[in-house]
Design a protein around this ligand. Sequence first.
Ligand code: FEO
Length: 396
Amino acid sequence: MSFSIKKNITWVGKIDWELRKFHGEEYSTHRGSSYNSYLVKDKKTAIIDTVWTPFAEEFVRNLKEMDALKSIDFVIANHGEPDHSGALPELMREIPDKPIYCTANAVKSLKAQYHQDWNFKPVKTGEKLSLGDKELIFIEAPMLHWPDSMFCYLTGDDTLFSNDAFGQHYASELMFNDLADQAELYQECLKYYANILTPFSRLVDRKIKEVVGFNLPVDMICTSHGVIWRKDPLQIVNKYLEWADDYQENQITVIYDTMWDSTRKMAEAIADGIRQTDDKVAVKLFNCARSDKNDIISEVFKSRAILAGSPTINKGILSALAGILEEMRGLAFRNKKAAAFGSYGWSGESVKMITEKLREGGFEIVHDGLREMWNPDKQGRENCLNFGKIFASLLK
Ligand code: FEO
């Protein structure tokens, strides 16, 4: 499969409709994904990025069938992660001497992953590669989201190839942003940002401002996953600036796990208390053992505060909650408030433990938390309701 994006830019990637997990089992992809690769033709021809390893053979076969393989003069590797570099070995078997333009960090990551001594041409921000009438300008983007990441910009066509940035795990035959379902598209963009880019928000902000400072016109943004931004392409850049600025909506997310429903009852009574105090705030509850963790992370990303609950088990907390707390620690959310709750039978360590993990994750702890013994009775539910009211009032 291939399709034309502009007169001299052709998409030659792979739409992966079946993908349901990405990064091993780490990231859910309910709507599949795509690995976008672009063939840019001028007097010389460059190929920008490849596809994930399982599709390497298909990728190269497709290029052969298009009669494009022999015309490739330059390979551009914007990023070393296998979803974009995975077909390099297959491609380079066909064109072994062609130069690969990438960052110095990508030379290291590609060599360490594929153990090949390809003809690497390390580039820095501002360096250019002439394709004839048009040029590719390279822009390093370290930690967006790997040390080796970079963008490149095609003059004449005013097209930014941004690799992972501005992308989404979203399979669609309608490969342009104006054709896609906008709600689905933005849901996937936000999920991608929340789950992958949150820790790098300060760098996102800095890099966008740096690129904007180059005053390059942008007619199109070709990402490496999902749709191509051709209608008002800067909309996603502006959205990234908003998201990078410690984004939040008027939402509180309650995440819990439960064994015999006591902690669930607590969560529901706490949510009632919040609503009774603030009828404008969106309160969302997730049993984290039964919900998709990446979707929960998207909700945390949108929240100004969260509550996390688990009963005490074996002097600790339930593993599903422990997992999501660890996920949140790594993502290093900022400017969000939190507190813990949980039921217990005898020792009752969970609330303290959750509180500590939330604190480690960068959340501002606004309350010591609430414990309820065994199955909350009327008084216990009242305590939870009051706790919800207090929590909501602490956010005002
Ligand atoms: Fe889509 Fe960081 O690879």
